[in-house]
Ligand binder design. Sequence first.
Ligand code: DHB
Ligand code: FE
Length: 282
Amino acid sequence: MTTETHATAAASGAGATAQFRETKKFSGDTSKQRVATLASRVINSINETVRQEKVTYDEYNALKAWLIRVGEDGEWPLFLDVWVEHSVEEVANANRHGSKGTIEGPYYVPDAPVQNTPATLPMRDDEPGTALLFQGQVCNTAGEALPGALIELWHADDLGFYSQFAPGLPQWNLRGAIIADKHGNFQINTIQPAPYQIPTDGACGALISAAGWHAWRPAHIHLKISALGHQLITTQLYFQGDEHVADDIASAVKPELILAPTERSDGNGREVTYDFVLDPQN
Ligand code: DHB
Ligand code: FE
């Protein structure tokens, strides 16, 4: 039987590439001048690196081979989301006053099953991992509750794998969209995700081992929070005490995004409260 532990870089890369092509909209009307500015700056910084580091033909050809492999493995979404998206997010949300956002990463799938609060994320009968009750309230920047706000969340399982990107997992496992109540409150039952290792058997994994880096992201819950008339927040929440919070390979951790769950008094796993503040639509 093929289970999630048989996940390969090529298969999850192909999934992330297909997901990107199907769902990410962009205007494609960037002006010639803007394209020229951005492309020249990127090309110039590569040329500067070549000159300053006196890059050899051997190194140049190794780079060429590696870039070709990133494409063949379908790992461009992974590469860009790990090493570039964090600065794009920082620029995009620099003027927000509400809750902090961070990178989306390659594994969001729209249109997860919708439920009203209180809700339990779709999971297997014997889903491994510590139960986690995640609850909170969605408000605007004036502190007013946002009734019916939508909390979309998705996260890895207790082995660090995402449904739809690793084999053998039910389609919507640990993915959901929960509608807050009339006070903007939500209560979501799930399990605590495990730290996630980006695939080590593809081009990105080869770079990581050649450079002597590690491939870990701290355990995290991905979220998109939205409400009518407000700016959508894409974010992630992490867990205090996770050793990779301090050295996330994707540079996506912010101090405001670290949870400290407590043991539940009924012995039923852990619980944590986190409130979201949305900026008005501009
Ligand atoms: C990647 C995976 C993630 O789960 C994430 O949150 C960010 C990046 C990746 O493999 O690129
Ligand atoms: Fe992730």
